[in-house]
Design a protein around this ligand. Structure first.
Ligand SMILES: NC(=O)c1ccc[n+]([C@@H]2O[C@H](COP(=O)([O-])OP(=O)(O)OC[C@H]3O[C@@H](n4cnc5c(N)ncnc54)[C@H](OP(=O)(O)O)[C@@H]3O)[C@@H](O)[C@H]2O)c1
Length: 213
């Protein structure tokens, strides 16, 4: 697939690298440093390149949205017309200092995103996993027992694309249902982050928590 990365930080940088190593054509975009995008593309291999958000979106079979909530409007504006595009979002609706969800309970960041781009097809995925474990999951992808990863969305074709990407990273994709299920997965992610960054066990503990949940 052609995968556009909108936001090439901890999540976008790692997932884009993994998608490229799994054989997808990847365009890294949206960083304050063009050199960083070039470096990511170089390190990800022959099927990756750096570009603008509009270039990442053009001809993309899937877009990974991986920016802070405060940057969503900006990156969507730069990406241009997203009609019909599959947007796989790991973006969480966090406040400026990342201490609380600004959308919760009766809606979710994923649903708000879908309202911002009504002609795109939004799937919520990868948000529940700490970026630190992604390369380890990819390295162990051929093992029989894969960790599971939940995703949700309202449309079957885009969910199939998301499930393929999730599988390629090394997870067993678990369909959690329609997009509104993100109301439960997004707060769940805060628990995962709490375990990963403030508990004793670090990201590995959080990752095991999801695997066994
Ligand atoms: N990190 C995790 O473990 C994790 C796990 C689950 C979900 N999430 C969610 O995933 C999303 C992305 O998280 P992250 O940790 O990957 O964030 P991050 O490392 O801060 O990456 C965000 C990307 O946006 C870019 N950016 C920020 N401001 C910009 C601007 N003004 N112009 C252009 N580019 C700009 C950053 O550029 P630079 O390259 O210049 O920094 C970076 O490439 C967030 O919504 C987060 O809540 C993260």
């Amino acid at each position: 697939m052609r995968v556009g990365i909108l936001g090439s930080g901890l999540m976008g940088g790692k997932l884009g690298t993994i998608f490229a190593r799994a054989g997808h054509d990847v365009v890294f975009s949206y960083s304050r440093s063009k050199e960083k995008l070039n470096r990511l593309a170089r390190e990800a291999g022959k099927t990756a390149r750096a570009g603008t958000p509009a270039e990442a979106a053009q001809d993309a079979d899937a877009l990974l949205l991986a920016v802070h909530w405060s940057r969503v409007d900006d990156v969507l504006k730069q990406a241009g017309n997203l009609s019909g595009k599959v947007i796989v979002s790991c973006t969480l609706p966090m406040n400026a200092d990342d201490t609380a969800l600004v959308v919760a309970h009766t809606s979710s960041g994923a649903e708000k995103l879908a309202k911002k781009v009504p002609k795109a097809r939004v799937v919520s995925a990868f948000g529940t996993v700490p970026s630190e474990v992604l390369f380890g999951v990819f390295a162990a992808r051929r093992k029989a027992r894969k960790p599971s990863l939940v995703y949700c969305g309202d449309e079957s074709k885009s969910k199939k694309i998301a499930a393929e990407l999730i599988h390629d990273v090394g997870f067993d994709p678990v369909d959690a249902g329609p997009l509104r299920i993100a109301r439960y997965t997004e707060p769940f992610t805060l628990l995962i982050a709490q375990l990963a960054y403030e508990g004793d066990g670090g990201p590995e503990l959080a990752y095991r928590f999801e695997r066994f949940a």
